[in-house]
Design a protein around this ligand. Structure first.
Ligand code: NZQ
Ligand code: ZN
Length: 388
């Protein structure tokens, strides 16, 4: 049965070639002081920085910059960003980059005026913001996280060996996001592919829970079919606009709250991935691909029918004359074949995990209850060992 829910997504999207032309009108809705947040310099090399700053100048904004947001943004960087946001009295935080930059901007937006340690408040105690929230806008340059249209913010604390996400409410969603698929053309191959699996994993984390007949699952199947098709095209021809634009759009819908409506969700692959990230600082999407297959094969016996449906509806497995277990297993085999074909990392050793880290990663992994099997710490260890 479809459960009860409320749905509201306040992020305005401006999508397509030349989407940045829409930035000026959005900027004019906010005050003069803009904190421009970006990463390690890719936007300077590919020209996006020049385009964005020209528009900011045209709008007569006072611009302060906060550069150097690293992939998997840290708690130390967050504290620095809060000081900068207060120092320039930011009316808007403009995030130009990937999920890390966008997540970081949201974290700063709720932390600059929170008056206490944001790590403890939001990422350990999971409290909601009660202070002034600085609005965030986004110009997206990397596809995968869905951060452009959701309230998620993931922060890493290396000292505590923890990587934790807080899913904030609508008041923290970006007010607008500019999505030009061509802005993703300069992504390194590894990042592009990591983003592809992040999208697949987001959909599966929401799809692989519940056995009910739920419209959200049919939407998820359509998104996955589109993703599998377009990623196959994009890995061979990364500048294929049709494929990259479809992937960008799929990515946004994969994690903008829609397909989680009316059902429970899992997120266990992300929990394990975050544990790995806390120990290795590895690229997010690859921390997921490296453990996904052992995880899905472990939980498949607890939801054979759903995995068989997945096999038929997403991977076109022919079910005639086969047991449901066989169909389900063939679906997972087809998924593994696609993962290898598009060039994902399939084991955690490649991400820098060494045997002495395994117990720590197990400890850093939250055990969720929404999936088909609630894992034990020993199960997480088995998955990690199978992925070595
Ligand atoms: O730092 P710069 O120089 O910009 O380089 C980045 C970075 O090195 C580069 N890049 C981005 N766009 C580029 C580009 N290089 C060339 N051309 C471009 N157009 O790509 C690298 C990775 O960027 P990053 O933002 O770290 O990647 P991603 O978008 O995958 O974000 C990862 C972070 O998002 C969190 C992850 O945990 C991780 O911390 N997540 C956020 C979620 C959310 N908000 O809901 C959900 C996700 O599951 C995820 O956990
Ligand atoms: Zn993810």
């Amino acid at each position: 049965m479809l459960g009860n829910f409320t749905y509201c997504n306040p992020t305005k999207l401006i999508f397509g070639k030349g989407a940045l032309d829409g930035l000026k009108a959005e900027l004019e809705k906010f005050g003069k002081n803009v904190l421009l947040v970006y990463g390690g310099g890719s936007i300077k090399r590919n020209g996006i920085y020049d385009k964005v700053t020209a528009i900011l100048r045209e709008c007569g904004k006072n611009v302060a910059e906060d550069a150097g947001v690293m992939p998997n943004p840290t708690v130390e960087k967050l504290n620095e960003g809060c000081e900068r946001a207060r120092a320039c009295d930011a009316d808007l935080i403009l995030a130009v980059g990937g999920g890390s930059v966008c997540d970081y901007a949201k974290a700063v937006s709720v932390s600059a005026y929170c008056g206490e340690d944001p790590w403890q408040k939001y990422f350990i105690r999971f409290e909601e913001p009660t202070c002034k929230i600085i609005p965030v806008g986004c110009v997206l340059t990397m596809v995968g996280t869905g951060s452009e249209m959701n309230g998620g913010s993931v922060i890493t604390n290396h000292a505590e060996k923890l990587k934790i996400g807080h899913v904030f409410g609508e008041e923290v969603f970006p007010k607008f996001s500019v999505l030009d698929p061509e802005f993703t053309f300069t992504l390194p191959d590894y990042q592009m592919k990591a983003g592809f699996f992040d999208i697949m994993c987001h959909i599966l984390e929401q799809y692989l829970s519940d056995e009910d007949d739920n419209t959200s699952d049919y939407i998820a199947e359509g998104l996955m079919r589109s993703l599998v098709h377009s990623t196959r095209v994009a890995v061979k021809d990364p500048k294929n606009y049709e494929a990259r634009s479809n992937i960008m759009w799929t990515s946004t819908w994969a994690l903008n709250t829609l397909i989680a409506k009316g059902k429970t969700t899992d997120w266990e692959v992300h929990m394990i991935g975050q544990g790995i990230g806390a120990y290795t600082d590895a690229t997010h999407g690859m921390t997921l691909s490296a453990v996904a297959m052992p995880y899905y094969r472990m939980i498949m016996p607890y939801a054979v029918e759903k995995f068989a449906r997945f096999a038929e509806c997403v991977w076109d497995v022919d079910a005639a004359g086969k047991s449901r277990e066989q169909v389900a297993a063939e679906g997972l085999d087809a998924m593994e074949k696609w993962m290898r074909e598009i060039g994902l990392v399939m084991n955690i050793s490649e991400l820098g995990v060494t045997p002495d880290m395994l117990d720590g990663i197990v400890k850093a992994t939250f055990l969720n209850e929404g999936g088909y099997k609630v894992l034990t710490a020993a199960d997480v260890k088995t998955i990690l060992e199978q992925s070595m």
